[in-house]
Write a protein that binds this ligand. Sequence first.
Ligand code: COA
Length: 431
Amino acid sequence: MAEKVVLKIKKKEIELPVITGSEKEKGIDISKLRASTGGYTTYDVGYKNTGATTSAITFLDGEKGILRYRGYPIEQLAEKSSFLEVAYLLIYGELPTKTQFTDFTGSISKHTLVHEDIRKFLDNYPERTHPMGQLSAMICSLAAFYPDSLDVNRGEEEVNDTVIRLLAKLPTLVSWIYKRSQGHPVIYPDNSLGYVENFLKMFFGYPTEEYKVDPIIAKAMQKLLILHADHEQNCSTSTVRIVGSSHAPLYAAISAGISALWGPRHGGANQSVIEMLQNIQSDGGDYKKWIEKAKDKKDPFRLMGFGHRVYKNFDPRAKIIKKASDDVLKKLGINDPLLDIAKNLERITLKDDYFVSRKLYPNVDFYSGIIYKAIGFPTEMFTVLFALGRLPGWIAQWKEMMTEKQPIGRPRQIYTGQTERKYAPISKRKK
Ligand SMILES: CC(C)(COP(=O)(O)OP(=O)(O)OC[C@H]1O[C@@H](n2cnc3c(N)ncnc32)[C@H](O)[C@@H]1OP(=O)(O)O)[C@@H](O)C(=O)NCCC(=O)NCCS
């Protein structure tokens, strides 16, 4: 018999159906709640207990530290797959056949150029503009160059053109934003290279000299992008879904996702981690003092890169990245004093009752910042790299929402303001 829960409001009992997911997780279906209770709604600030959708893309068990894309464990994908293969898996639901993969990567290669007018936009930003703001604006601006993409009733093939364009152009845009911020000429895509190699060349290369991709760096980048590719209904993904649910263009939904990712409580944490380590270093390196600051409830400071809304045991991505960061630093022979501070923070907090009792462990951003720094990315580009990795996940989640013809996202509220009162003209109001 199908499971139900009974909700008792005053003397009335209402049966609510239970939805069971493929991993046996359960949700109480409250879609008929208001109608059957005469107006009761639920209250859950921050959506800590609210499932906004069913989804067949990513499974995550925060207690057990499990993360799977379309059923495949993140550990296997990070070890054996490539970013574009994972992107295909997320967006189309299955790992590609050889032919499908050749077609997919071939189409992406064909669309790596961006319109020259986009470069002119970039030329006019003030020097210190944050790259996340520019990226969000540039992605939204792409819609202007592809007006057909605004039509909600486009066929599957036309929608796919937008998907390919987004995947193809994001590395070019990210590199160009960086180059313009440095006053350097932009590097055009080299379609003879793989996705990651091409990105590294556009980002670190110069038109005046040959750029040789370091395979150690390319491998680490593949891993980082795969680990960031999706994370079910997080803040930016929910934003993409909610903006998309109004039938705004996909470019606009992705642009909104980038804006949501920007904040230090979300993707911006990887930048904040390095800034925090630098602050500790310039303060004399006394990391214990900063741990105490993080524990002090009167002090707003938090240890950046620690804690997670859903992982309350360990972040499986952090485990993989920690190993990758050790490998990269060893192979590149990098000795960074910030790393010593990071390792000391990790060592002490893993034993400190404040962090242990609240299940606050280093998260993916703690280690990713360290690798990005070792590779040579400037700190303010870290969150942009997160966006590059998260793009396929956002697209997959948007596509699922659109295919299922989900209604517009529109939460309710419990109003706590003034009840009705009478308007008084300004001459009659208190001085
Ligand atoms: C990720 C984060 C937003 C999760 O927030 P959340 O699930 O809403 O958890 P809360 O903010 O309710 O925190 C729970 C408790 O742990 C404490 N806490 C959470 N993260 C902390 C941190 N990084 N440093 C110090 N204390 C922290 C809170 O003060 C709170 O303590 P209390 O129970 O005594 O009031 C939060 O842990 C955080 O701000 N981390 C730092 C930023 C970061 O690394 N973000 C990237 C996430 S991938």
